[in-house]
Design a binder for this molecule. Structure first.
Ligand code: ATP
Length: 657
């Protein structure tokens, strides 16, 4: 393992340990040995998540005029998951290790180079067998003699014996010895027993360069032992091991063969109602988005909005991940924060505005414009989401992966993954996809309920078009359909029918979908904030201290309030007063135990950005000018300033909200 890999594992272990020790994140059901891929958030984790959730909700809905909120249920009619494609295609390829039964997501196994040793079966009781005892045969010659043909061919006794004789003579004994030792009848019997006892089950092992053949044999022996064969002697299917490059067919941890990948549906099934029959099957939602599509018409009709507008939702999602890993990064129960932003089809924009704005590097994305088509809206949301991440302290650890046409689903026009640097690598934090009208159209088709909107402005603009202009719009779309490289082009009759409705002001909106994971976001900010510093104490002893440099906006505790000494009632009373004043407006922590340095350190470790210390000056001991002032300590700069208690709230509130 490289030093970098070791360091990142060590870093992750420290973060996991801090999360448990200080009450951010615990393993679910820990006292019963845990529950795979499920995590619980402790007191500080709950606050951190709540702050991230509020930051998303406020930025994406409350502070905008064009986005509304939704809080839909986790359980829905299973027809939704059929229409969305989840029942049929929401699968990951899964492979199992033939040796340990460990399960892997086949597409996430790192491609490996090595030598493949193939075994076609094993013979039981190899060490105690007559053949081995009589001829002193060791495993090597037995493996060589029992070549592939022995299993494929129905040997007669004579053939079997002849083959064995040649093998034995070649491998082990001189002709003289052979003649002296061989009791042909007894050997024949032993051979037949042995031959009929071969356990025929193929197994392969991948060895990295430099690893001896014996380790492949040992692994194969374990494999056959696990299948109930005592003292197995594995039989190689060929003398020549095969060198391969970039294979994903072997367990990366031990080299044992994996099963052929098979699709595994990630949705968690459950039953709705008391009969629990197949007819009652439904699913715990694997994403929050589909409820937004299913409720689109209700929100549209009840909220007097016009396209473009969005519906945002935060809530739990469940996926039976094949290999949950990297702490909370890939969990089986997690929370998503999704926006479906509905826009007009580009054809409608062109009819209304006379053009569709083309995106180019440096385009002004600050304010949406009426002539924006899907491309500008998509770029706009990438920009908005980037600003959001900058606002919670992740600005400098982001990267972007623009999916290639080959990556994209047939209906998607573009998709960008916002990636973030985690100790275990740079991984997806959020996906922002331009999904056309696929989702609403699917639900319209499967539910047979219209999900079209009527757009008066479009109807008015279309009424002004000449028949030639209308035909030009149709021809442009037909050419685009013909040029499609993925999915079926829309037949001409359907295109014409679609335009007929469009010219009357009717269409199914298209959608841009920024979809983020709350748990990944929490992990990303924790990982980014985690730092260790070496500091000498008063006696010069160097200590490693952990500091979480969480952005004040999302830190679970905003202010620590400390009386300098706990045995001075006037200091304690004043500190309690300050605490009561602040805690109505922000999450504060009151602490009077241990030396003040120790208390600061405890708060640094959980990311509290500010500390307020009440000392003798606060009580007026050094004169009236310092009366009712406190020391305000800033976690990141270490700066300490004297602030009037009456100014504290005004100073802190803008920093933490
Ligand atoms: P991945 O490729 O990592 O499996 P995805 O592309 O399937 O993710 P989406 O379906 O686009 O993810 O979900 C949107 C967001 O939800 C992701 O960007 C991620 O932040 C979050 N998310 C998805 N799956 C999980 C999970 N198993 N655990 C935690 N968060 C998740």
């Amino acid at each position: 393992m490289s030093t970098d890999a070791k360091n990142s594992i060590a870093q992750m272990e420290k973060i996991v340990s801090l999360c448990k020790r200080r009450g951010f994140i615990y393993q679910s059901s820990e006292i019963y040995g845990g529950c795979g891929g499920v995590w619980d958030y402790g007191p500080l984790g709950a606050e951190l998540k709540r702050n991230l959730r509020s930051a998303w909700w406020n930025t994406m809905t409350r502070e905008r005029e064009d986005v509304l909120g939704l809080d839909a249920s986790i359980l829905m009619n299973p027809a939704i998951w059929k229409a969305s494609g989840h029942v049929d295609t929401f699968c990951d390829p899964m492979s199992d290790c033939l040796l340990t039964n460990a399960r892997f997501r086949a597409d996430q196994i790192p491609p490996t180079n090595g030598t493949i040793y193939k075994f076609l079966g094993a013979v039981p009781n190899a060490a105690n067998n007559n053949l081995a005892i009589n001829y002193g045969l060791t495993e090597g010659p037995i493996l060589r003699w029992m070549g592939p043909k022995t299993l494929e061919h129905q040997w007669t006794d004579e053939e079997l014996f002849e083959n064995f004789k040649v093998g034995v003579l070649e491998q082990q004994l001189s002709a003289e010895d052979y003649v002296r030792k061989v009791d042909e009848a007894a050997t024949m019997k032993a051979l037949r027993t042995w031959y009929s006892s071969i356990y025929r089950f193929e197994f392969s092992v991948l060895l990295p360069p430099g690893k001896p053949e014996q380790s492949a044999i040992e692994l194969a022996r374990k494999f056959y032992q696990n299948r109930g064969i005592e003292f197995p002697c594995p039989i190689r299917s060929s003398d020549n091991p095969e060198w391969v490059e970039g294979t994903r067919a072997f367990n990366p941890e031990n080299g044992a063969q994996l099963t052929v990948p098979r699709p595994f549906n990630l949705m968690l099934k459950t039953y709705l109602g008391p009969t629990a029959t197949e007819a009652d099957v439904t699913y715990l939602r694997p994403e929050t988005a589909q409820a937004i599509f299913a409720q689109f018409k209700n929100v549209f009709d009840s909220s007097r909005v016009k396209v473009p507008f969005g519906i945002g939702q935060i809530g739990k999602a469940f996926r039976n991940e094949v290999t949950p890993k990297n702490f909370t990064f890939r969990s089986r129960e997690f929370e998503q924060m999704e926006l479906e932003f509905f826009i007009k089809p580009d054809e409608a924009v062109e009819i209304i505005s006379g053009e569709v704005a083309a995106w180019s590097e440096g385009a002004d994305l600050s304010e949406p414009k009426p002539n924006w088509g899907w491309q500008m809206w998509h770029r706009y949301w990438v920009d908005q989401r980037t600003k959001f991440y900058e606002g919670i302290g992740l600005g400098d650890v982001l990267e972007y992966y623009w999916q290639t046409p080959a990556d994209l689903a047939h209906y998607a026009r573009a998709c960008v993954d916002i990636l973030c640097e985690f100790p275990f690598g740079t991984e997806e934090l959020e996906g922002i996809a331009a999904r056309g009208d696929f989702d609403l159209s699917q639900h319209q088709k499967h539910s047979t309920k219209s999900l079209e909107v009527f757009d008066e402005e479009l109807k008015t603009a279309a009424a002004k078009l000449t028949p030639e202009q209308k035909e030009a719009h149709i021809q442009k779309r037909l050419a685009a359909e013909a040029a499609k490289t993925k999915g079926e082009p829309m037949p001409e009759a359907d295109v014409r029918a679609w335009f007929e409705r469009l010219f009357k002001g009717n269409y199914v909106p298209h959608v841009i979908e920024p979809s983020a994971g709350l748990d990944r976001m929490a992990l990303a900010v924790l990982a980014k904030a985690f730092v260790e510093e070496e500091k000498a104490d008063v006696n010069g002893k160097v200590e490693t201290r952990t500091i979480l440099r969480l952005h004040p906006r999302i830190a679970p505790v905003k202010v620590g309030v400390f009386p300098l000494l706990k045995n001075k009632p006037e200091l304690v009373a004043k500190a309690r007063e300050v605490y009561a004043l602040l805690k109505k407006h922000m999450n504060c922590f009151y602490d009077e135990t241990a030396a003040i340095g120790r208390r600061y350190a405890r708060q640094d470790e959980v990311g509290t950005p500010f500390g307020v210390t009440i000392d003798f000056e606060t009580c007026g001991e050094k004169g009236p000018e310092l009366l009712d002032t406190v020391t305000l300590r800033h976690r990141d700069s270490g700066e300490q300033e004297r602030v009037k208690i009456s100014d504290l709230l005004g100073k802190l509130l803008p920093l933490v909200s």
